[in-house]
Write a protein that binds this ligand. Structure first.
Ligand code: NAD
Length: 400
């Protein structure tokens, strides 16, 4: 399944056959065996997938996912989403992604560093030439990026590093900030109600979900539910997000938290203004979409909605703001980090947040206008804008 249905998009804009040929396949897909002997008897042997989907608009940009279940197919899907995401917000990057099939909870800090050094070893050429620029994704973190940075002689070849090691203040919060700003903008513009008092449920309390909940609650929204993989917590009057971040950010469920314990499916079905799936893909299926009572869904995770789930929600008039806009805050901050290193400029946290808010706000307005003018969903409008941008870049490069 492709993240964007080009057949559908070509009903609205011209997508030449040669463009489709190039966009329906990846420029490069590599499968590497990462083998690292970390101590006398212990060998880490993990499959590693490195994918560049399309680099017409710039070097392949995309995070490294660490998960025992990651596959080549999933990495391809995520790389393709990066092509559309960077094009939609007009950053000078193409789409890429890596996946390392390992359970991060089974390796210690020393082993992680060795694993990432090996990742550099096998991808050294692409990293040092700047043709692939990684960042954190599910299961990886800024310290892993610091390991890559050190091993590449501190070339500006990786983003999402800790602020003291060439990173950017605000990068850690950036994806969640963008998700929160998208939700706020959509609540105000589409539901025509103020953010203060709007009710929100967030699935996933990792990097994206916890920061999204943090900003929304700081702006006065009532965050009534949060969840981890093992389940969530609900409090109709609103949760104390900061104390949950302090006590439950590293947990896998909310046992012992104040409030009612709920399942992830129950969270999806809550009667709230805005539902934010910010954990994993394919959680809103035809089956779970039938239970959604939110008026608005803001996709914090990559690909949380299946095509059937999407069609179901569109029929019921539920607004869905797609991942390629809603979670673009991370790659926007990555771009600022990359640019900062090239120019030597110093950028503060507030400036990073202002850039995310203004770029997401302007893109939201652009796709909302297109959606309204042509009676389209926000997803289709965003995909039209992104595909048009990439097709035009391929023309500019003389590829088609
Ligand atoms: P994370 O590992 O920090 O957190 C993941 C959260 O999801 C945890 O709370 C975990 O318990 C929960 N979870 C895991 N499996 C689940 C399941 N089956 N059902 C419900 N909850 C589950 O990951 P993250 O960095 O916050 O990324 C979350 C999503 O956002 C992913 O789809 C990722 O690709 C996407 N994303 C992340 C970034 C980023 O900068 N971190 C940027 C863009 C997109």
């Amino acid at each position: 399944m492709r993240s964007v249905d080009l057949e559908n998009i070509s009903k609205y804009i011209e997508v030449p056959d040669n463009a489709r040929t190039l966009l329906e396949q990846c420029e490069r897909q590599t499968i590497i065996n990462l083998n690292v002997r970390v101590s006398g008897e212990r060998l880490l042997a993990a499959k590693c997938f490195v994918v560049y989907h399309n680099t017409a608009r710039g070097p392949a940009k995309g995070g490294i996912r660490l998960s025992p279940r990651v596959t080549l197919e999933e990495t391809v899907d995520l790389a393709e989403r990066m092509t559309w995401k960077t094009a939609l917000v007009k950053l000078p990057f193409g789409g890429g992604k890596s996946g390392i099939a390992i359970d991060p909870s089974t390796i210690n800090t020393f082993e992680r560093i060795n694993l990432f050094h090996e990742f550099v070893h096998v991808n050294e050429c692409a990293l040092t030439h700047g043709s692939y620029i990684p960042a954190p994704d599910l299961g990886s973190n800024p310290l892993d990026m610091a390991a890559i940075y050190g091993q590449t002689h501190m070339l500006e070849c990786v983003t999402g590093k800790p602020p003291r090691v060439g990173g950017l203040p605000g990068r850690l919060e950036a994806t969640g900030r963008g998700v929160a700003y998208t939700a706020r903008t959509a609540i105000e513009a589409l539901l025509e109600r103020p953010i203060e008092g709007a009710t929100v449920a967030v699935q996933g309390f990792g990097n994206v979900g916890s920061w999204a909940a943090h900003f929304l609650s700081a702006w006065g929204a009532r965050v009534v539910a949060l969840s981890h993989v093992g389940g969530g917590v609900y409090e109709a009057g609103g949760l104390d997000v900061e104390s949950l971040i302090r006590d439950f950010a590293k947990a896998s469920d909310f046992s012992g938290a104040p409030g009612d314990l709920i399942t992830n499916d129950e969270l999806i079905a809550l009667d709230v203004d805005c539902l934010i799936p910010a954990a994993v893909e394919n959680v809103i299926t035809a089956e779970t979409a039938a239970t959604v009572r939110a008026a608005l869904v803001v996709e914090g995770a990559n690909g949380p909605t299946t095509p059937d789930g999407d069609a179901f929600m569109a029929d019921r008039g539920i607004y869905v703001i797609p991942d390629i806009l809603a979670n673009s805050g991370g790659v926007i901050a990555s771009y600022i980090e990359w640019r900062k290193a090239k120019s030597g400029s110093i950028t503060g946290r507030d400036e990073v947040f202002e850039s995310i808010d203004s770029l997401i706000g302007a893109t939201f307005d652009e796709i909302s206008a297109l959606a309204a003018a042509r009676n389209l969903s926000h997803r289709t409008a965003a995909e039209i804008a992104a595909v048009e941008e990439v097709v035009q870049a391929m023309r500019d490069r003389g590829w088609i």
